[in-house]
Design a protein around this ligand. Structure first.
Ligand code: GDP
Length: 297
């Protein structure tokens, strides 16, 4: 489907080496290929531009032109730089859940995989860390979403806050906190409502919930296949709500994961987890080198 960057550069350097030694211009030609590969992988234009600049500085510092295998060397520099930008403080796959009951706020657009991810993370904390978790859906406009969380909870053996009709999201968040305290829970997860796109009403609602919940973690769930849109979603949520990390879903799909690089570069917030399917175990902590490899193809 995509031509890998190594193949692309191999072609470029094959042509170039036949003409003798490589010049700085040759390296520029190679970097153009890198840029195309990044854009194809859905990295946003300004991020790709900055990235190329960083690679260019490193490539001239490492005298790529004198290398016998310049293509491979450029690929290695690009790969290392990708890992460098992506890695950040990715964490160790655990969430900050000291001082029980610790609230975790889950935010994101409708259909991003927020409810599924809430349940996946709850299962993970329960199984790996022996935590007692309570999940609550705040999606008062979509009864089906509330029921979905209940069904998932029953499936994975994690409690959900009973649904009370007519309650607003802030009241649900408060009730979740009370129940979590009384019930001896280590953590309670608030699955906020999503919309198809960002609107003021959604933001106000999430903000109000954040203010009462004072979450230890605010995780933005983003569909990894949405590419450039994912970046503006992340910018918006981070600017307004303040997120502690991103969960990138649907990385089992065909997407190249360039959004991960853009989101990291634009918001500075780490990608914490990656969703790899619909099943409750299909989530893992973020590995920068895996996503770097994917972006390079
Ligand atoms: P929400 O509206 O954000 O709460 O989204 P849901 O959690 O209901 O997820 C929407 C759909 O995406 C469901 O069918 C999920 O099973 C599916 N889904 C969620 N995460 C992933 C993932 O990482 N990979 C795949 N392939 N599907 C996912």
């Amino acid at each position: 489907m995509f031509e890998s960057l190594s193949d692309r550069l191999g072609g470029v350097f094959d042509r170039l080496t036949k003409q003798g030694a490589l010049s700085e211009d040759d390296v520029k030609t190679a970097l153009r290929e890198v840029r195309i590969a990044l854009l194809e992988a859905d990295v946003s234009l300004p991020v790709a531009r900055d990235f190329i600049k960083a690679v260019q500085d490193k490539a001239s510092g490492q005298s790529v032109t004198k290398s016998v295998t310049p293509g491979q060397q450029v690929v290695k520099i690009v790969h290392d730089e990708l890992v460098h930008v992506l890695a950040g403080d990715g964490g160790d796959g655990t969430l900050k859940i000291d001082n029980p009951p610790a609230p975790i706020l889950m935010v994101g657009l409708q259909g991003s995989g927020k409810t599924t991810t809430t349940a996946k993370l709850a299962k993970r904390m329960k199984e790996r860390e022996g935590k007692k978790v309570l999940m609550a859906s705040l999606d008062v406009n979509r009864p089906a979403a509330m029921e979905q969380l209940q069904i998932l909870g029953a499936q994975i053996g994690v409690d959900t806050l009973p649904i009370v009709k007519g309650e607003d999201p802030v009241a649900i968040a408060k009730r979740a906190k009370t129940q979590a305290s009384l019930g001896g829970y280590d953590v309670y997860m608030l699955d906020t409502a999503g919309r198809l796109s960002i609107d003021e009403e959604l933001m106000q609602q999430v903000e109000a919930v954040r203010n009462v919940a004072n979450p230890r973690e605010t995780l933005l769930v983003v569909d990894g296949l949405t590419g450039q849109d994912a970046v503006s979603t992340a910018e918006n949520f981070d600017g307004r709500i303040g997120i502690s990390g991103v969960v990138l879903t649907r990385m089992d799909g065909d997407g190249r994961g360039g959004a991960a690089l853009s989101m990291r570069a634009v918001t500075g917030k780490p990608i914490r987890f990656v969703g790899l399917g619909e099943k409750m175990d299909a989530i893992e902590e973020f590995h920068a080198d895996r996503v770097a490899g994917r972006i390079l193809g």
